[in-house]
Design a protein around this ligand. Structure first.
Ligand code: 5GP
Ligand code: MG
Ligand code: MG
Length: 174
């Protein structure tokens, strides 16, 4: 680890802002939060508690074929939703969008299940995400193109438990 990029306090403030926007947008319908395991676990649990309206939770786990620090866009479902989402208002909860390939695949996959709507909330977004046109309604922080860990994000399954987001020294993963 090198340095803190986003403190626990800043994460909390941002989640309260996102929750207020989501509360307003979903005033007349109940979102079905779909968390993408494992990275979104901390964000999902804090976001769900910051929303003032009730929501339901589901989780999916996907794996993209590729090295541990880049994404290939070829995605395999490791754990699917536990229920039918026809007619539901899905809100995908993502930790970070880098290339956007994982999310663009996931959006197509969920849209094919005939929900009423699908939107995305991502805590972090990196600049490369502009290359793939993925509509992300709610973004917490735009961050530079660096590998980050903490608050759910791992490197080789470590650092997920950090309460803040930090940069990982390139020497650790290069
Ligand atoms: P994408 O398909 O958008 O390139 O990447 C999606 C996934 O790659 C994210 O959900 C996350 O699991 C992983 N990822 C992308 N950038 C980072 C990063 O900086 N740190 C960590 N720990 N994971 C990342
Ligand atoms: Mg993710
Ligand atoms: Mg990972």
């Amino acid at each position: 680890m090198e340095a803190t990029l986003i403190s626990a306090d800043d994460i909390k403030t941002k989640i309260d802002e996102l929750a207020a926007r989501i509360d307003a947008d979903y005033a007349d319908r109940e979102p079905l939060l779909v968390g993408v395991l494992k990275g979104a676990v901390m964000f999902m649990s804090d976001l769900a508690r910051a929303l003032s309206r009730p929501s339901e939770m589901e989780f999916m786990a996907c794996s993209s074929y590729g090295s541990s620090t880049t994404s290939s866009g070829v995605v395999r479902i490791l754990k699917d939703l536990d229920r039918d989402v026809t007619g539901r208002d899905i809100l995908i909860v993502e930790d970070i969008i880098d290339s956007g390939l994982t999310l663009s695949w996931l959006l197509k996959n969920l849209q094919a299940r005939n929900p009423r709507s699908v939107e995305v909330v991502a805590l972090l977004r990196k600049p490369d995400a502009v290359k793939v046109q993925v509509p992300v309604k709610y973004v917490g922080f735009e961050i530079p193109n660096e590998f980050v860990v903490g608050y759910g994000l791992d490197y080789a399954e470590r650092y997920r438990d950090l309460p803040y987001i930090g940069r990982l020294k390139p020497s650790v993963y290069a």
